[in-house]
Design a binder for this molecule. Structure first.
Ligand code: MSP
Length: 510
């Protein structure tokens, strides 16, 4: 079975910000983990290029929408390459490939008798590309997310009969596995319990969109088109794109990872659209929290974003990945503060993990002929048990998408090993010959723990993981056999250790 995981398809109104990097890094970590576990993975990302928001942005820049989208889509693509994101498909919703899938899908929904013409009136947020049910009472009618004025719309649109799928959607969202975390599921249940209303799926007076085949002057509502990107991405390599060709590649998606602001689209509208077209619904929708700056959602429209490229060049991939994955509970909001960032990465990565390795390889080289000690027991029962428990909890956490807890399993393990080393004090014992064997065993235990730490870090911080394995004697890993390496005692006694180098430097807080 193929594991299909998706990021949202990002709007190309601007280049990626840390919020988009956050979602993509989580997906990347999950994809890498699943691949290491031996699963076949298709990791989909891409860009959402149509709609009023993009059309206006292009106009403001004096560019055609096509030119503007090419520019930003390329920036997204190269950005993910710079972050070493292991995506398999990058879908652009302005492609012809995608267009033909949207047309085919529309026909199916129409054949189910789920499309009709109506009048759409209401307050619209261009930032969200969404009608707002309850604008605030201020005279300006602001969007609570974008803090921008809503716009009044009154036009003839095609509608999708969402209300027809009330029962099916209720059944789906009652399945506790479908929406996570629980609080988000409750929000959606509450929304659905009020009764689903049909929604408009076409726009007039909007050129920058996919044309509706049988309605002149209408283009598809950007969300109706964009959600289908998850399906069209699957057949990107096929010369004849079709819904069937896509579905055969591995639909339904195993996981849509998205921000909490776009949960309704994914957990209500999208499943109903799919049911209408006779296509299976995704297996899970996970709504993560927002990255905030001083408590405000970080966003392109608000303008309080952190430039991920600057963070990447200043701090490197490992540190940013660790902070975002470990310090923020998937599902909760997380505030990015420079001081906290520096403290976390220094404590966890430089001190607890890096320093442990560095001091132990130095001792081993000094006392045991530049090598890992020999004549040791590779089956020390305390460590067998401790490492096994750590690996088990780590895997359980990953399977449940508790990424921060999986990171903490590694960190707790490293902390215990630090305590062990400090309690045993091999630097004192080595002074007395009779403790020679004991010292060998201690050093081996710590080095072997470092090997396991490196392996457990592999899907989370691949670069740091490789540097640790290098320091342990240029250990090469056959990624297909990752699972098999995750047992205590596989570090080779007697193999030589290279000159110790810090695997990660400490940062100074500016
Ligand atoms: N184009 C739509 C998605 C269509 S999916 C078929 C969209 N794009 S977006 O660029 O505005 O947002 C993409 C994702 O980024 C959303 O999941 C959103 O929640 C997430 N984030 C935007 N700002 C964010 C933060 N400050 N923090 C975390 N995630 C954030 O919506």
């Amino acid at each position: 079975m193929t594991y299909v995981i998706t990021t949202p398809l990002y709007y190309v109104n601007d280049k990626p910000h840390l919020g988009s990097v956050y979602t993509t890094l989580i997906c990347d970590t999950i994809a890498k983990y699943k691949r290491l576990r031996g699963e076949k993975v298709i990791f989909i990302t891409g860009v959402d290029e149509h709609g009023l928001k993009i059309q206006r942005t292009a106009n403001e820049k004096g560019l055609t929408p096509e030119k503007h989208c090419d520019e930003i889509a390329n920036i997204f693509y190269s950005n993910w390459t710079n972050w070493n994101i292991s995506f398999d498909k990058f879908i652009r919703t302005s492609s012809n490939h995608h267009l033909s899938i949207v047309h085919e899908f529309y026909k199916k929904v129409k054949d189910s008798n789920d499309i009709y013409m109506g009048v759409q009136k209401g307050w619209y947020c261009v930032g969200c590309e969404e009608f707002k049910d309850n604008p605030d009472n201020s005279p300006t009618y602001q969007c609570p997310i974008h803090k921008k004025q809503l716009e009044w719309k009154n036009e003839e649109n095609l509608f999708f009969k969402l209300s027809k799928y009330q029962k099916e959607v209720e059944e789906l969202i009652n399945d506790p596995n479908f929406i996570e975390p629980k609080e988000r599921r409750n929000e959606i249940k509450n929304f659905v319990s009020k009764g689903l209303k049909d929604f408009s799926i076409s726009r007039t007076n909007l050129k920058w969109g996919i044309s509706v085949p049988d309605k002149k002057g209408h283009t598809f509502y950007v969300w109706f088109d964009a959600l289908l990107g998850y399906i069209s991405a699957l057949s990107l390599n096929e010369s004849n794109p079709s819904l069937d060709a896509s579905i055969n590649q591995g639909w339904p998606a195993s996981l849509h990872l998205i921000g909490k602001d776009i949960l309704r689209f994914h957990a209500v509208y999208w499943p109903a659209m799919l049911i209408s077209a006779g296509i299976k619904t995704p297996k899970k929708v996970l709504g993560h929290g927002f990255l905030t700056r001083d408590g405000m959602k970080m966003g392109k429209s608000i303008g309080n974003v952190l430039d991920p490229s600057i963070l990447l060049s200043k701090y490197g991939e490992d540190r940013v990945r660790w902070f975002l994955l470990k310090d923020i509970n998937l599902g909760s909001d997380g505030d990015f503060q420079d001081k906290r960032f520096v403290d976390i990465v220094n404590n966890d990565l430089a001190n607890t993990i890096g320093n442990l390795l560095n001091r132990t390889t130095s001792m081993s080289r000094k006392w045991f002929n530049n090598s890992i000690p020999i004549e040791i027991d590779t089956k020390d029962s305390i460590f067998l048990e401790l490492s096994q428990k750590t690996i088990e909890s780590y895997n359980n956490n990953f399977e449940n998408y508790y990424i921060s807890q999986a990171c903490n399993e590694i960190l707790n393990f490293a902390t215990k090993i630090n305590l062990y080393l400090n309690d045993e004090k091999p630097w004192v014992l080595i002074k007395d010959n009779k403790y020679n064997n004991k010292v060998k065993q201690i050093i081996y235990n710590v080095l072997e723990s470092n090997r396991l730490i490196a392996l457990l870090l592999m899907p989370i911080l691949p670069e740091l993981s490789n540097r640790i394995l290098d320091q342990l004697g240029h250990i090469k890993i056959d990624q297909d056999r990752w699972k098999e390496y995750l047992i205590w005692g596989l570090l080779n006694p007697g193999s030589s250790l290279p000159k110790p180098l810090p695997v990660i430097e400490k940062l100074e807080y500016e």
